[in-house]
Design a protein around this ligand. Structure first.
Ligand code: NAP
Length: 310
């Protein structure tokens, strides 16, 4: 069994930042990623609030983080999903679809997945008009009419991105105000091809081979209407990817996020968590980077027990 000082699960902003700090501290570090390294940041149309970059696409920022991490000597295994964690043994055991590894410490940085609205037609038309990623699927809807569900930063950023590609964007939000940053809302309202449906929810997604329409319900008037659209972008927040951690004995909060203290420690000794999988309230690339750094330095102290910590 390959033995590592530190195994980081997840190669998003948190995992990559942790990797950079761990490797530079001298830890033999492996990052396991079930998809391709880069994480959720890769899906962001445009990042305008990561210090040092006035404007950068999420994909480019993620790519820079991945190559930086590799340059420091971290080994990243893409497309290697972790299947089981034994986090209470010494060393800890991490089993994947391909192999089994041992590590003195583990950082869980598995991120989050997009929430579903849970209406009729959503599952049926997923990949056939229903999408959770504007950057990935937006180009398929060039010149068409799409609806974006949600009222947070993700929904507004996606709507803005799509407004430059498609003929018309409808935003359906269940309340009468967005919770997104002012700058995004201002830009969105200046777009001539964006229409906002306040106090409205999608009740059903209809179609034949692909999406053809959405049924909307206005919460105030209870009026029901059916609007013809070609695509539906569901952008209503995230839920932590914490099932694996839970099976390994890591404690979660009531929303399913990993409970951490200010040192990114979980309830298990030598096990840390960072980024969107945790219950840290700020979900930002910069915040994930900060958590990854803290987790790596704490893992270093746990593994090496340097003289100044004794
Ligand atoms: P979010 O901030 O949690 O917002 C989710 C939105 O979806 C809210 O407007 C919410 O409505 C609505 N919603 C939730 N459940 C719903 C349901 N079942 N049906 C209909 N609408 C529903 O999620 P997010 O926008 O994905 O952002 C996630 C995190 O990433 C946030 O912390 C955000 O700040 C961050 N983020 C930041 C940036 C940036 O800095 N530019 C970009 C993307 C994401 P209510 O408003 O009524 O609750």
């Amino acid at each position: 069994m390959e033995k590592w000082d530190l195994i980081i699960i997840g190669a998003g902003a948190a995992g990559l930042a942790a990797g950079i700090y761990a490797s530079r501290s001298g830890l033999k570090t492996l990052v396991l990623e079930e998809k391709l390294a880069g994480g959720a940041a890769s899906d962001a149309p445009l990042v305008e609030n990561y210090p040092g970059f006035i404007q950068i696409s999420g994909a480019e920022l993620a790519e820079k983080m991945v190559s930086h991490c590799k340059k420091t000597g971290v080994v990243i295994h893409d497309l290697e999903a972790v299947t089981t964690l034994d986090l209470k043994s010494e060393p800890k055991k991490v089993k994947t679809l391909r192999s089994e590894y041992a590590a003195t410490a583990v950082i869980i940085a598995t991120g989050a997945h997009y929430r579903e609205i849970g209406v009729k037609g959503e599952k049926e038309f997923r990949g056939r008009g229903v999408s959770y990623c504007g950057v990935c699927d937006g180009p398929f809807f060039k010149g068409k009419k799409v609806v974006v569900a949600g009222g947070g930063n993700t929904a507004c950023a996606t709507a803005l991105y799509l407004s430059n590609l498609v003929a018309e964007v409808l935003i359906v939000h269940r309340r009468d105000a967005f919770r997104a940053e002012e700058v995004l809302v201002r830009d969105l309202k200046s777009k001539g091809n964006v229409k906002i449906f306040w106090n409205t929810e999608i009740q059903e997604i209809k179609g034949d081979r692909t999406v053809k329409s959405v049924v909307l319900r206005n919460a105030k008037t209870t009026a029901i209407s059916e609007v013809a659209v070609d695509g539906v972008f569901v952008q209503i927040g995230e839920s932590a990817n914490s099932a694996l951690a839970k099976e390994g004995g890591v404690e979660l909060d009531e929303t399913g996020s990993i409970k951490i203290d200010m040192h990114q420690r979980t309830n298990l000794s030598g096990v840390y968590a960072a980024g969107d999988v945790t219950n840290y309230p700020v979900k930002q690339i910069g915040a994930a980077v900060g958590q990854g750094i803290t987790a790596a330095l704490e893992a270093y102290a746990y593994i090496k027990r340097p003289y100044y910590r004794k």
